[in-house]
Design a binder for this molecule. Structure first.
Ligand SMILES: [Zn+2]
Ligand SMILES: [Zn+2]
Length: 108
Protein backbone atom coordinates (compact mmCIF):
# COMPACT_ATOMS: atom_id res chain seq x y z
CA UNK A 1 0.00 0.00 0.00
CA UNK A 2 1.56 3.26 -1.03
CA UNK A 3 1.08 5.85 1.60
CA UNK A 4 -0.01 9.10 0.01
CA UNK A 5 0.78 11.94 2.31
CA UNK A 6 -2.38 13.96 2.54
CA UNK A 7 -2.28 17.69 2.70
CA UNK A 8 -2.78 18.90 6.24
CA UNK A 9 -4.10 22.29 7.05
CA UNK A 10 -3.77 24.45 10.11
CA UNK A 11 -7.23 24.30 11.78
CA UNK A 12 -6.92 27.93 12.82
CA UNK A 13 -6.01 29.69 9.58
CA UNK A 14 -6.38 26.90 6.98
CA UNK A 15 -2.81 27.38 5.83
CA UNK A 16 -1.42 24.23 4.24
CA UNK A 17 1.26 22.64 6.37
CA UNK A 18 4.38 21.44 4.62
CA UNK A 19 4.58 17.72 4.05
CA UNK A 20 7.77 17.38 6.04
CA UNK A 21 6.29 19.12 9.04
CA UNK A 22 6.20 17.22 12.30
CA UNK A 23 3.13 14.91 12.09
CA UNK A 24 2.28 15.80 15.67
CA UNK A 25 2.15 19.44 14.80
CA UNK A 26 -1.34 20.59 13.98
CA UNK A 27 -0.97 24.32 13.70
CA UNK A 28 1.25 26.36 11.41
CA UNK A 29 2.51 28.68 14.13
CA UNK A 30 2.43 29.30 17.88
CA UNK A 31 0.12 32.24 17.16
CA UNK A 32 -2.42 29.85 15.68
CA UNK A 33 -2.07 27.49 18.65
CA UNK A 34 -2.87 30.39 20.96
CA UNK A 35 -5.77 31.52 18.80
CA UNK A 36 -7.28 28.03 18.73
CA UNK A 37 -6.82 27.70 22.48
CA UNK A 38 -8.62 30.97 23.12
CA UNK A 39 -11.46 30.03 20.75
CA UNK A 40 -11.81 26.65 22.45
CA UNK A 41 -12.01 28.31 25.83
CA UNK A 42 -14.63 30.78 24.67
CA UNK A 43 -16.81 28.20 22.92
CA UNK A 44 -15.98 25.34 25.25
CA UNK A 45 -19.16 25.60 27.31
CA UNK A 46 -21.46 25.84 24.29
CA UNK A 47 -19.59 23.11 22.50
CA UNK A 48 -19.93 20.82 25.51
CA UNK A 49 -23.68 21.42 25.71
CA UNK A 50 -24.12 20.67 22.02
CA UNK A 51 -21.98 17.59 22.38
CA UNK A 52 -24.00 16.35 25.33
CA UNK A 53 -27.27 16.99 23.51
CA UNK A 54 -25.94 15.08 20.52
CA UNK A 55 -24.82 12.24 22.77
CA UNK A 56 -28.28 11.97 24.28
CA UNK A 57 -29.74 11.77 20.79
CA UNK A 58 -27.28 9.06 19.76
CA UNK A 59 -27.56 6.97 22.92
CA UNK A 60 -31.34 7.38 23.03
CA UNK A 61 -31.23 8.44 26.67
CA UNK A 62 -33.39 11.41 25.89
CA UNK A 63 -34.62 11.18 22.30
CA UNK A 64 -36.61 14.37 22.60
CA UNK A 65 -34.90 17.60 23.45
CA UNK A 66 -38.23 19.21 24.17
CA UNK A 67 -40.15 17.85 27.15
CA UNK A 68 -43.28 18.87 28.97
CA UNK A 69 -42.80 20.45 32.37
CA UNK A 70 -44.75 18.23 34.81
CA UNK A 71 -45.39 21.29 36.95
CA UNK A 72 -47.21 23.52 34.46
CA UNK A 73 -47.55 21.45 31.29
CA UNK A 74 -45.54 23.81 29.13
CA UNK A 75 -42.96 22.63 26.60
CA UNK A 76 -39.44 23.23 27.82
CA UNK A 77 -36.06 22.66 26.21
CA UNK A 78 -33.39 21.44 28.64
CA UNK A 79 -29.93 22.57 27.67
CA UNK A 80 -31.32 25.72 26.10
CA UNK A 81 -33.38 28.76 27.07
CA UNK A 82 -31.65 29.11 30.43
CA UNK A 83 -32.28 25.54 31.51
CA UNK A 84 -29.72 23.01 32.59
CA UNK A 85 -29.28 20.05 30.25
CA UNK A 86 -30.67 17.75 32.93
CA UNK A 87 -33.58 20.03 33.84
CA UNK A 88 -36.99 18.39 33.95
CA UNK A 89 -38.99 21.43 35.00
CA UNK A 90 -39.22 24.97 33.69
CA UNK A 91 -38.44 26.51 37.07
CA UNK A 92 -37.61 25.62 40.69
CA UNK A 93 -41.22 26.50 41.50
CA UNK A 94 -42.54 23.85 39.15
CA UNK A 95 -39.98 21.33 40.43
CA UNK A 96 -41.18 21.89 43.99
CA UNK A 97 -44.81 21.68 42.95
CA UNK A 98 -44.21 18.45 41.06
CA UNK A 99 -42.27 16.85 43.92
CA UNK A 100 -44.95 17.76 46.41
CA UNK A 101 -47.70 16.37 44.18
CA UNK A 102 -45.82 13.13 43.60
CA UNK A 103 -45.25 12.69 47.31
CA UNK A 104 -48.94 13.23 47.92
CA UNK A 105 -49.87 10.68 45.25
CA UNK A 106 -47.48 8.12 46.69
CA UNK A 107 -48.76 8.50 50.24
CA UNK A 108 -52.43 8.27 49.28
ZN1 LIG B 1 -2.28 28.75 11.20
ZN1 LIG C 1 -43.34 24.57 34.69
Amino acid sequence: MGQRSRLRRCPACRTTLSRDANPRRRYCSPACVARAYRARKRFGAIYKQVLEAGQRLVTGDDPEIGIICPGCGRWIYPGGRGLRADARHCSPTCRQRDYRRRRRERSS
